[in-house]
Write a protein that binds this ligand. Structure first.
Ligand SMILES: Nc1ncnc2c1ncn2[C@@H]1O[C@H](COP(=O)(O)OP(=O)(O)O)[C@@H](O)[C@H]1O
Ligand SMILES: [Mg+2]
Length: 381
């Protein structure tokens, strides 16, 4: 029997929880050709939501293109990947090559077919004539126009998902944002979702004086309602023949800080441990045994994270854990945890956020990784 909990990858349909409203809105906006910004910290479920939305719009007849911007090592590599993804909408490869070669006749792309071990093969696209930054910009303009052309040629709605979109700012200073915005704006038949994992960077990108200012609706993805998540977990245990003790779902969600990734991880690992022990029930003792195992496995890694921090950062991080991230600047908390003055605390908080260890949720600071939070509570002083 396979584990019903999934983490570290896009969740399949069976493990996808809630997000009904978000999904409806996203699907409606994208089929209407809107340019949607989807923002949340890492591991909240953007990519999983996008995958669901693309599935739905393609069932309604739209053509979909999905790309993770951060996985490309250069602007040109991104453009090649984008062109390849656009061409690959046509599954017959001769036609794909014909379409791309004609659509980009000025650039003369080199379109090849590469067999893959799986046997299906894939298209590769390269721009051998591109040398200077100006060439790159010209190709970019050509490629950014392609979704519109695809929609016109095929008389279908096209939906483009650019995931980890904040990585685009690394490619070149602003020119790429301008070019993409200008192209997208002209494409009435093309819906775009730009998803980003670094909220502050993304918010700046859609702020005044930036090309994407007021380009379209902004969706800030929140956590999943804890009660819904807890119920889902218990139902999945039950369905796989393991009876949960009352409150187990809520305990998992709570321990995981309700971060979707961490919730699924803890549920997955607990399920594995119970299952391999041949158990038919699961309770809080099992949860804590699994937690202890996971902490032991991560010990070396967390030790290294801890060693890299300055003393001031360690003290602040511990205080965040012990104070549940609240009132860190109050005189009382500062005295209790022997923290420095407010400005040095602020500096440590900012550094910890920058290192992706902390996250700000409203007035509260939370440790991103709930296992690290538990490790700090148990193993540091
Ligand atoms: N709607 C959901 N239902 C259940 N689990 C989810 C959901 N969204 C995300 N998760 C969990 O969180 C993990 C990270 O999700 P992902 O979509 O990759 O997040 P992001 O793209 O925001 O980093 C998934 O592997 C899964 O374990
Ligand atoms: Mg993602």
């Amino acid at each position: 029997m396979t584990n019903p909990f999934v983490y570290g990858e896009i969740v399949p349909d069976e493990a996808f929880v809630d997000r009904d409203e978000e999904l409806d809105r996203l699907v409606a906006d994208l089929t209407a050709g809107q340019k949607v910004f989807l923002i949340s910290p890492r591991r909240y479920g953007k990519s999983s939501l996008i995958r669901q939305a693309l599935g739905a719009v393609s069932r309604y007849g739209a053509l979909t293109i999905e790309l993770t911007v951060s996985s490309y090592s250069s602007y040109l590599a991104f453009l090649e990947g984008y062109a390849r993804a656009l061409a690959a909408v046509e599954t017959r490869w001769q036609r794909a090559r014909g379409w791309l070669t004609e659509a980009m006749s000025a650039t003369r792309p080199e379109v090849r077919y590469e067999p893959t071990p799986a046997g299906t093969g894939q298209i590769s696209v390269a721009f051998p004539l591109v040398r200077t930054a100006r060439d790159v910009n010209r190709v970019a303009n050509d490629i950014f126009a392609l979704p519109g052309r695809l929609a016109a040629d095929r008389k279908r709605t096209v939906v483009v998902a650019l995931d980890e979109f904040q990585a685009i700012v690394g490619f070149d200073g602003g020119g790429v944002e301008q070019a993409l915005r200008a192209a997208a704006q002209r494409q009435r038949q093309v819906g775009y979702v730009f998803a980003g994992s670094e909220p502050s960077l993304m918010e700046r990108m859609i702020g005044p004086r930036r090309p994407f200012y007021k380009a379209g609706p902004v969706m800030r993805l929140d956590k999943i309602p804890p009660g819904v998540f807890a119920e889902f977990i218990e139902a999945r245990f039950t369905k796989t023949g393991i009876r949960p003790e009352p409150g187990l779902g809520a305990a998992i969600v709570d321990l995981a800080g309700n971060l979707p990734y961490d919730v699924q991880r803890l549920a997955h690992e607990t399920w594995d441990d119970v299952r391999s022990g041949g158990g038919r029930r699961v309770g809080l003792d099992d949860l804590h045994a699994t937690l202890a195992r996971l902490l032991a496995e991560q010990d070396t890694l967390f030790e290294a994270v801890w060693q890299r921090l300055t003393l001031a950062q360690r003290a602040v991080l511990r205080a965040v854990v012990l104070q549940q991230g609240r009132e860190l600047l109050s005189a009382d908390v500062r005295a209790r945890h022997r923290l420095g003055g407010p400005s040095s605390i602020q500096a440590s908080l900012a550094a910890l956020i920058k290192q992706d260890l902390l996250l700000k949720e409203g007035p509260q600071y939370v440790v991103v990784d709930s296992l690290l939070r538990e490790w700090i509570a148990r193993k540091t002083y």
